[in-house]
Design a protein around this ligand. Structure first.
Ligand code: ADP
Ligand code: MG
Length: 210
């Protein structure tokens, strides 16, 4: 085996991986991401956090949970940008609201993990129509670890897996929280609610393709 064996062992020690945290709105994805990031800080590992500029719900420079926990982050337009900016001593890369990034998302995450970094990604697995969201399915397929969270259904108190849109707003991207969306279970979820009443809108799922 000789040198070749040593090299393989060394590569093993330095291998990175991809963790995905998914689920509907209000399921605690950002809270779970923040929980993991606090542990990374305790371990004194350098972390860089990114989110799409599009997600301007609360604050551009932070990832923020509905329970108002927050962490500094770098807002970026394209996920490829991460490859250009990550510093040499960074050990962990975190990405929130990943469903809004384009088709390069899985490849970029793979490249970062292949460099030996830990990649933690949080994002919606389905859009407001109940369709797989953007590149999340591809990312889930290549990830080493997947956590699928549930929220509380706001209609029946059951296990919510869907994000119900409550507005007929005809904007390109309807980014919102409390008033515009609520968590619903499979039985209480009604994707046609918006379609029946809405003025023509580009579904949020199309954004990732633009
Ligand atoms: P996500 O990032 O998945 O949208 P957050 O981490 O921002 O979720 O917020 C999770 C928090 O939202 C919960 O801890 C709780 O305080 C609050 N919350 C509000 N509505 C709900 C709901 N229907 N089900 C679960 N949690 C909810
Ligand atoms: Mg969130």
């Amino acid at each position: 085996v000789g040198d070749g064996g040593k090299m393989i062992l060394q590569q093993g020690c330095h291998s990175g991986w991809i963790e995905v945290i998914c689920g509907p709105m209000f399921s605690g994805k950002t809270e779970e991401l923040i929980r993991r990031l606090k542990l990374v800080q305790i371990a004194k590992q350098r972390v860089e956090i990114f989110k799409p500029v599009l997600d301007n719900r609360y604050d551009e420079k932070h990832i923020m949970s509905h329970s108002e926990q927050k962490f500094n982050c770098q807002p970026i337009e394209k996920i490829q940008h991460v490859l250009e900016v990550i510093k040499d001593n960074t050990r962990v890369v975190a990405i929130d609201e990943a469903q809004f990034f384009g088709k390069e998302l899985p490849d970029v995450c793979n490249r970062i993990a292949n460099r030996g970094l830990r990649v933690i990604v949080a994002g919606l697995d389905q859009d407001y129509l109940g369709k797989p969201f953007g590149q999340m399915p591809q990312l889930l397929a290549v990830a080493e670890s997947v956590l699928k969270l549930k929220a509380v259904c706001m209609s029946c108190g059951g296990m919510a897996t869907q994000s119900q849109r409550l507005t007929t707003q005809g904007e390109t991207v309807v980014v919102g929280s409390g008033e515009t969306y609520e968590a619903r279970c499979r039985a209480c979820f009604d994707p046609d609610l918006i379609v029946e009443n809405a003025v023509p809108a580009i579904p949020i799922a199309k954004i990732a393709e633009q």
